[in-house]
Design a protein around this ligand. Structure first.
Ligand code: ACO
Length: 339
């Protein structure tokens, strides 16, 4: 039987303990705390220990166990795992399979999705559809990244490498018949993409679109295995698409921006978030930011924002939450949630 809606039953997060300040990065490359803070709002990020065998599925396991506890859900109740990441444990198989094994949930389907900074909201939309059709009652949705091991931590890669942090966020999504007094549910999700900009922010290798072998010494020397970004183009599109899509999502529900209690935007650059908030005339106290402490954790950003907002007493049951995200692909998405 199909459910009336899905709702977020609990969230959990995990970031590796090692903190890298902007000052720490200035010892690796030609950058400064002043440049990074002024251009991005980032003060620090968490990176895994490079000498450890830690992949996103390891961070995801810790976040998932916390999410299961918060959701008062036994892991055996999970019927589907959705894993969003751009920095997978391996080229294949997907990180969802590694997480599934670490959770000991043999036979539970594991689906990897690759929508970068939009991954968590894409995953929420997928979970919402599976729950509404009655296919599954409980879905574990995870966004997890280990960026640090694929960043060019030299001056050559400074425009990208200062922006990203490692971390994981998980949520247990469950069915609701709509009878809860606070109306808690995922109200809407909207997904978008524009692949004509795919190469404005990407990692070229390893890949199979090359003529000849994918992995060569020349390609390693050229830095093809590191992310490349046209920062200004990404910046402009992120501001425009997040504002437009959020406005459309609110209008579709007959809501005004002032009806929303808390905005959780993707955290790529504090200036992007400020521009979106300015365009929609949002009061600063309704926008919850984490970029100063975690930098851009890509697919983990939204659940980390949810968890941090709960811990800070800024996100409470019954609140109307609006999420807007933008990332490589380009992909972007919105979610309206009655918490
Ligand atoms: N430290 C010091 N100087 C730097 C650094 C650095 N880390 N990085 C670049 N610079 C230099 C540049 O070389 C340039 O020097 P030049 O003027 O001598 O040529 C100068 O700083 C200015 O560079 P700009 O690119 O003009 O800086 P800008 O103001 O555009 O800021 C930034 C760059 C922060 C990357 C910005 O463009 C941005 O945030 N873009 C969007 C990022 C984003 O949204 N990513 C989204 C999603 S990520 C995902 O989906 C995976």
């Amino acid at each position: 039987m199909s459910a009336a809606a899905s709702r977020i039953l609990g969230v959990g997060t995990y970031v590796p303990p090692r903190v890298w300040s902007n000052h720490d990065l200035s010892r690796l490359m030609d950058t400064s705390d002043e440049w990074i803070q002024q251009r991005t709002g980032i003060k620090q990020r968490h990176w895994v220990d490079l000498n450890e065998e830690t992949g996103p599925s390891d961070l995801a396991l810790k976040a998932s166990l916390k999410a299961l506890e918060a959701a008062k859900t036994k892991k055996e109740e999970i019927e589907l795992i959705i894993f969003a990441t751009l920095s997978p444990d391996a080229f294949f198989p997907g990180s969802g399979c590694f997480l599934q094994a670490k959770l000991g949930l043999t036979d539970v389907p594991a689906l990897d999705i690759r929508q970068q900074c939009s991954g968590f909201i894409y995953g929420l939309s997928i979970a919402d559809q599976f729950i509404k059709t009655g296919t599954y009652k409980k879905v574990l949705l995870v966004g997890a990244e280990v960026h640090s091991k694929v960043l060019d931590r030299t001056t050559r890669g400074r425009d990208v490498s200062v922006l990203f942090g490692d971390g994981a966020g998980a949520a247990v999504i469950g069915a609701t018949d709509g009878s809860a007094k606070d109306g808690s549910r995922v109200i809407s999700t909207h997904l978008y993409a524009d692949g004509t900009h795919a190469k404005e922010l990407w990692i070229k290798a390893p890949g199979t679109a090359y003529a000849g072998d994918s992995i060569t010494h020349e390609r390693v020397d050229e830095g093809d295995f590191f992310p490349k970004m046209n920062g200004k183009t990404v910046f402009v599109h992120a501001c425009k698409k997040m504002s437009e899509s959020l406005t459309r999502a609110l209008e579709q529900q007959g809501l005004r921006p002032s009806d929303v209690d808390l905005y959780l935007f993707h955290q790529a650059n504090a200036r992007i978030t400020e521009a979106v908030a300015k365009q929609l005339e949002l009061p600063a106290d309704k926008v919850f930011n984490t970029i100063d402490r975690f930098a851009n954790t890509t697919a983990a950003t939204i659940p980390i924002g949810m968890d941090e907002a709960i811990k800070a007493g800024r996100l409470k049951p019954g609140m109307l939450v609006a999420c807007a995200v933008f990332g490589a692909g380009f992909t972007w998405a919105t979610a309206l949630i009655r918490w």
